[in-house]
Design a binder for this molecule. Structure first.
Ligand code: PLP
Length: 358
């Protein structure tokens, strides 16, 4: 098989060892005579899988006891509606706009009630995320929402807010498990799995206990966090195989030394790319240094056509998914947990060669 490095933003690269294990267990899971895909979600075998997945996730991410973990569907985008349905409670909510995804969360929430913009960096083209001290919200509101890693622009909050007066809701889809986080600072954390966790289809939601009792009576049962908690995320059939795959990724991360260890690798990987981009006038990254994403490294040459030539050339060398999002243009290397350092080296070599020949 040709050696490829997948820099796609999502669905994205998974650890090779995880894929090999899934392959080995594919048609007969632990002597059960069945694939995980074929198991009843309420059977003893799958129940043992999901319980281990949850306990591994809790220990890996250090989830406090007063938080529930849900394995849902619908992607991060479904949470854009579930958040106001479950939390708004007739009050106002605030949204921080730091890029495409947080703006979309805000727009999706508008039909549910009074939404206000706490801060926005849209007018400066999302090159820097609004600082915590500039967020405007009032403590009588139901929550303040933000996105901690904007996947399209490559903007990351490298520290997290500490707000006591209002529950903080965060979309962590594209950098969850890339570093340790103090969960107790948040009311709700959600993330689609297909960036840093596993296959598409699964959405993980972490909710603080005391926020489970204010859902609108209009909330459909599959969207109702408390109902899902009471039914172990099985008000209907969950994404069993994606949950199993996520579990293999959690085991891989635990074996690697947990989130401190992966954070170290992620810092190193991103630094290699940004240092090189900064060292030359040929490539540039427009994001404020304090918000440069460790997961989604965006850059460009001086010319759109040259960007496209680079992407095609890299693809011919086995580096796929480097085309920037259509809204941002340019080039984007998504270098999630599972991207090995060899992939970064290969990309750097490719960037250097391209610079020389153009
Ligand atoms: C990919 C992504 C989404 C959308 O996720 P879906 O699973 O397609 O709903 C939302 N927010 C962020 C930050 C993302 O990276």
């Amino acid at each position: 098989m040709k050696c490829t490095y997948n820099f796609s933003a999502g669905p994205a690269v998974l650890p090779k060892s995880v894929m090999l294990r899934a392959q080995a267990e594919m048609i007969d899971w632990h002597g059960s005579g069945m694939s995980v895909m074929e198991m009843s979600h309420r059977g003893k075998q799958f129940m043992s899988i999901i319980e281990k997945v949850e306990s591994d996730f809790r220990s890996l991410f250090n989830v406090p006891h007063n938080y529930k973990v849900l394995f849902l569907q619908g992607g991060a985008i479904a949470q854009n509606s579930m958040v106001p349905l479950n939390l708004l409670n007739g009050k106002k909510a605030h949204y921080v706009l730091s890029g495409y995804w947080s703006k979309r969360s805000y727009q999706d929430a508008l039909p549910f009630g009074e939404m206000s913009i706490a801060a926005s960096s849209e007018s400066i083209g999302y090159v820097k995320a609004p600082e915590f001290c500039d967020w405007k919200f009032d403590s009588a509101s139901s929550y303040v929402h933000f996105c901690s890693n904007e996947t399209i622009h490559g903007i990351e909050y490298l520290s997290m807010p500490s707000i006591k007066s209002v529950p903080v809701v965060v979309d962590m889809s594209s950098h969850i498990l890339s570093r340790p986080v103090d969960i107790s600072q948040f009311g709700v954390i959600y993330a689609g799995a297909q960036k840093n966790i596993g296959p598409a289809g699964l959405t993980i939601v972490i909710v603080r206990d005391d926020l489970l009792d204010v859902a609108s009576p209009m909330t459909p049962s599959v969207f109702h966090w408390k109902t899902q908690v009471e039914n172990q995320s099985m008000i209907n059939t969950p994404t069993t195989y994606s949950i199993y795959m996520a579990g293999l990724v959690f085991e891989w991360l635990i074996e690697l030394g947990g989130l401190k260890a992966i954070e170290k690798q992620n810092i190193e990987k991103a630094k290699l790319l940004y240092d090189y981009i900064d060292s030359t006038d040929f490539y540039s990254n427009s994001i404020d240094v304090s918000n440069r994403s460790r997961m989604n490294v965006t850059f460009r040459t001086h010319d759109e056509n040259l960007d496209a030539t680079f992407v095609t050339g890299a693809q011919n060398l086995g580096m796929i998914g480097l085309k920037g999002h259509r809204l941002a243009g340019g080039i984007r290397a998504s270098i999630y947990n599972a991207m090995p350092i060899e992939g970064i080296q290969a990309l750097l070599d490719c960037m250097k060669d391209f610079e020389k020949s153009h």
